[in-house]
Ligand binder design. Structure first.
Ligand SMILES: Cc1ncc(COP(=O)(O)O)c(C=O)c1O
Length: 375
C-alpha cells in the first residue's frame, strides 16, 4: 500500500504557528502541580484491573513517511471503557467524594466522559445522574445506563444538557463532576486532567523519554492536550515539538492561539470527531496551552474513515488497532504534514524524528465504528 501517492491525498484545512510560544515548565506545573500529577498516578495505578495501555509502533507508516519511529498510545484498551477518558472522570469522582457514600454525582457528556463518571460512581457504590443531549447516540446512552447511571436525555445540544445538569444538581444537591472548567469551577476539571497525565507516566516507562521529538495532541475543550503538556513538564527532560489537531469546524484552540485570548466558535456542522467537536477551550487547559503549544492544525472529516480502516487492517503497523473517530486525527495530521514540504520543514520532521500520537479511543460506539470502516 502506498499512502503518499499522486500528490496530496490527505487533507488539512489550516496550519499555524503560535507567536506566543514559550514553554515554561515551572509555570505549567503551577497550573497543574507535580503533587496533583503524582497523586493521580499513585491512586489510579492501584485501581483494580489497572494496567498501562500499549504503546504500538506504526512501523509501516514511519517507513513510508521516512520518519524514524511513530508511537501510538492505544487507549482502546483502557479499563474496558475504551478511551483515555476513563482516567479523568472516575478519578475526579474519587477525589471529590472522599469515601462519602451518600453523595450523588452528576455530569453532562457527549459520551466518554460520562461513561468514566458512571464507572467511577459504580466503583465506589455511588448514585450517578448523566445528562446527554439529543445528539448523543442511543448506544452511548445505553453504555452509561448499563453502568448503573440514570441517563437523562435533554433537548438541544451539549450546552443545553450542561445547563440542565447544573439546574437539577443545584436543586437536588448533587455533586457535578464536569471535565470543562468555568469561572469558580476549576478544581474538578483539574482532577480530570491530573487523571489523564497517567498516560504520560506510562509512556516514559515504555520508551526512553529522550526519544520523543514530536507529540501530536487532539483537542476538544483542550483537557487532554493540557494534561499531556503538563505531563511533558513533569516527566520529560526535553521539550518535544507539539502540534494540536482539531476538526476544522470546531478549531477553538487554534482560533484562541491565533488571537491570544479565548475565542468562541459557532459550530455550524458537528464533526465526525464527536468528542472534539467543542466550541470553546476550557479555562484551565487554556492557561497551559496558550504559551506551551508550538503549532496547530485543523482537519476536515474526509480522511477519518480511511484512517480508521488502515489502522484496523494492519496497513500502518504489524498489529491490528481498533481506533475510533477521535483517534484518527493524530495520524492524519502527521501524514498530511509529511506530504506538504513546507509544513514538514516547519515541524522539522525527518528521518530522525520519533513521533508520539495518541489513539485516544477504540470503538466506543460499535455501530458507528463498523459503519465507518466499511465505508
Ligand atoms: C474520545 C474523545 N473525547 C474527547 C476528546 C477531547 O478531549 P478534551 O475535550 O479534553 O480536549 C478526545 C480527544 O481527542 C477524545 O478522543
Amino acid at each position: 500500500m502506498t499512502i503518499i501517492s499522486n500528490g496530496h491525498l490527505w487533507k488539512y484545512s489550516e496550519f499555524i504557528e503560535n507567536k506566543n510560544f514559550s514553554f515554561d515548565k515551572s509555570k505549567i506545573l503551577n497550573l497543574l502541580s507535580k503533587k496533583d500529577i503524582d497523586e493521580a498516578y499513585l491512586s489510579i495505578s492501584n485501581w483494580e484491573n489497572y494496567s498501562p495501555t500499549p504503546l504500538i509502533e506504526l512501523n509501516k507508516l514511519s517507513k513510508e513517511l521516512n520518519l524514524n519511529k511513530i508511537f501510538y498510545k492505544d487507549e482502546s484498551k483502557r479499563f474496558n471503557l475504551k478511551s483515555f477518558k476513563a482516567l479523568g472522570g472516575a478519578y475526579a469522582v474519587e477525589k471529590i467524594t472522599k469515601g462519602n457514600k451518600d453523595i450523588v454525582v452528576a455530569t453532562a457528556t457527549a459520551g466518554n466522559h460520562g461513561r468514566s463518571v458512571a464507572w467511577g460512581a459504580r466503583r465506589l457504590g455511588l448514585k450517578c445522574k448523566i445528562f446527554i443531549s439529543e445528539y448523543v447516540s442511543d448506544a452511548r446512552g445505553q453504555a452509561m445506563a448499563e453502568l448503573g447511571a440514570d441517563v437523562i436525555k435533554v433537548k438541544g445540544n451539549y450546552e443545553n444538557s450542561l445547563i440542565e445538569c447544573i439546574k437539577q444538581s443545584t436543586k437536588n444537591n448533587w455533586q457535578i463532576v464536569q471535565d470543562v472548567a468555568w469561572k469558580n469551577y476549576t478544581i474538578v476539571p483539574k482532577y480530570t486532567m491530573a487523571g489523564y497525565t497517567v498516560m504520560m507516566k506510562e509512556i516514559i516507562d515504555q520508551i526512553d523519554q529522550n526519544k520523543i521529538s514530536h507529540i501530536i495532541l487532539q483537542a476538544g475543550v483542550g483537557g487532554m492536550a493540557g494534561a499531556m503538556i503538563a505531563g511533558i513538564a513533569r516527566y520529560l527532560k526535553n521539550v518535544p515539538i507539539t502540534l494540536i489537531v482539531e476538526p476544522d469546524s470546531a478549531a477553538c484552540v487554534m482560533e484562541s492561539i491565533k488571537s491570544g485570548k479565548i475565542e468562541k466558535i459557532d459550530i455550524k456542522k458537528e464533526s465526525l470527531m464527536g468528542g472534539m467537536s467543542c466550541g470553546e477551550v476550557s479555562l484551565v487547559p487554556w492557561e497551559i496551552l496558550k504559551n506551551s503549544v508550538k503549532f496547530c492544525i485543523s482537519l476536515p472529516d474526509d480522511d477519518i474513515a480511511k484512517t480508521m480502516k488502515f489502522l484496523g487492517n494492519c496497513s500502518f503497523s504489524e498489529e491490528k488497532i481498533i481506533a475510533g473517530e477521535n483517534s484518527a486525527p493524530g495520524v492524519i495530521s502527521l501524514i498530511t504534514s509529511c506530504e506538504n514540504d513546507k509544513i514538514r520543514e516547519r515541524l522539522k520532521l525527518n528521518s530522525n524524528s520519533n513521533i508520539l500520537v495518541i489513539g485516544c479511543e477504540g470503538d466506543t460506539d460499535k455501530e458507528m465504528y463498523q459503519k465507518l470502516i466499511n465505508q
